[in-house]
Design a protein around this ligand. Structure first.
Ligand code: AVJ
Length: 333
């Protein structure tokens, strides 16, 4: 599997950013050994996305039970005019991740930005997305930035007749921000506030708090795709790090932690057992868990409060008809 693919997904779904000061290299082996050595074992969710994991995630997005992808697309379609007016025609649209999705194309079409700046850690992902967008929007000035958006970036301004000095708007869809703890999300928003400057803005996709049964179903689909996605992390450790995890003796466990306002995903050991990675040996008691992901859910007011504390005004939010998912328009001034 291509290393580029891994890096691409690693950025898209940071997991521990900005807490971990990631470089362009990813430390899969180091992170796995450190995570499994903790008294409460944990692995960063960014490592779900190898080639197989990325395919499984795309399958999750099409599941009947997994509403976020459909809800975000629906709200983007429904409120496209208002979203574009909020961002402002002729702005510099900076997307965190390569905009391969339908949502990015809708937004570009409606916004007609002076420049579109996708930021991704993977050259391959950037090239692919850029080529596709050039074909579709020949008029669009695309300036791809190879880098890590969990770190402060140098945002290009163009040159000469092609310079773009318009308002900067960062687009961060998909509720990827839900992988961060609220404290990390606060730091990430504050850093982005610095990136867009005093006239800038942000469009952030955020999954809403809702009936726990709806949440539970979305992460416990009947077809077992989410379970396969979760277990693939151990399969990847076996493939890439020479681990000897017995996948039949770990189970997918996901639940909504109401007090924390987050879905937690775990891999639970179904027996007392040990697994090795090279010379490292890890012991598991029956019922012991490896915590693999948090996916925080925010009410409108909770996320607005978080954004305000990070220095944004939060004047707008757009929801899908069923009130499941929100796109927040945050203004820096
Ligand atoms: C890509 C982080 C938004 O939290 O819903 C989907 C990942 N994990 N099913 C989410 C995920 C299990 C997803 N995010």
């Amino acid at each position: 599997m291509a290393r580029n693919e891994r890096r691409r997904r690693a950025t898209r779904l940071g997991g521990t950013f900005p807490a971990d000061s990631a470089t362009l290299a990813d430390g899969f082996r180091e992170d796995v050994i450190a995570g499994l050595s903790l008294p409460r074992k944990a692995l960063p969710p960014k490592y779900f996305y190898d080639a197989r994991g990325s395919r499984l995630f795309e399958k999750i997005c099409r599941l009947r039970e997994y509403y976020p992808t459909r809800s975000e697309l629906a709200l983007t379609r429904a409120h496209l005019g208002a979203i574009a007016r909020f961002a402002g025609c002729g702005c510099t649209l900076i997307e965190y991740g390569s905009g391969e999705g339908l949502k990015s194309r809708l937004l570009i079409e409606a916004l007609r930005p002076a420049a579109y700046v996708p930021v991704d850690i993977s050259q391959a992902a950037l090239r692919g997305a850029t080529a596709a967008l050039r074909r579709r929007f020949p008029w669009l000035n695309i300036v791809a930035v190879h880098g890590d958006f969990s770190q402060p970036l140098k945002i290009p301004v163009g040159a000469g007749a092609r310079s773009f000095s318009g308002r900067r708007v960062v687009y961060f869809p998909g509720s990827t921000i839900g992988n961060l703890t609220p404290a990390e999300a606060h730091a990430f928003l504050r850093m982005t506030r610095g990136q867009v400057g005093p006239r800038g803005a942000m469009l952030v996709g955020v999954d809403l708090k809702k009936d726990a049964r709806v949440l539970h179903a979305a992460y416990n689909d009947a077809g077992g795709v989410t379970a396969a996605f979760n277990l693939n992390l151990l399969a990847r450790i076996n493939r890439e790090l020479g681990g000897d995890f017995d996948l039949r003796r770990f189970g997918h466990y996901a639940f909504y932690n109401v007090a924390q306002g987050r879905i937690e995903m775990h891999l639970v050991s179904l027996a007392a057992q040990a697994a090795s990675i090279g010379s490292h040996r890890f012991e598991f008691e029956a019922g012991e868990s490896i915590h693999t992901e948090n996916s925080y859910k925010y009410s409108l007011e909770e996320f607005r409060a978080l954004a305000r504390r990070a220095g944004f005004r939060a004047p707008r939010a757009w929801l899908d008809r069923r009130g499941r998912f929100a796109l927040h328009g945050l203004a820096a001034d």
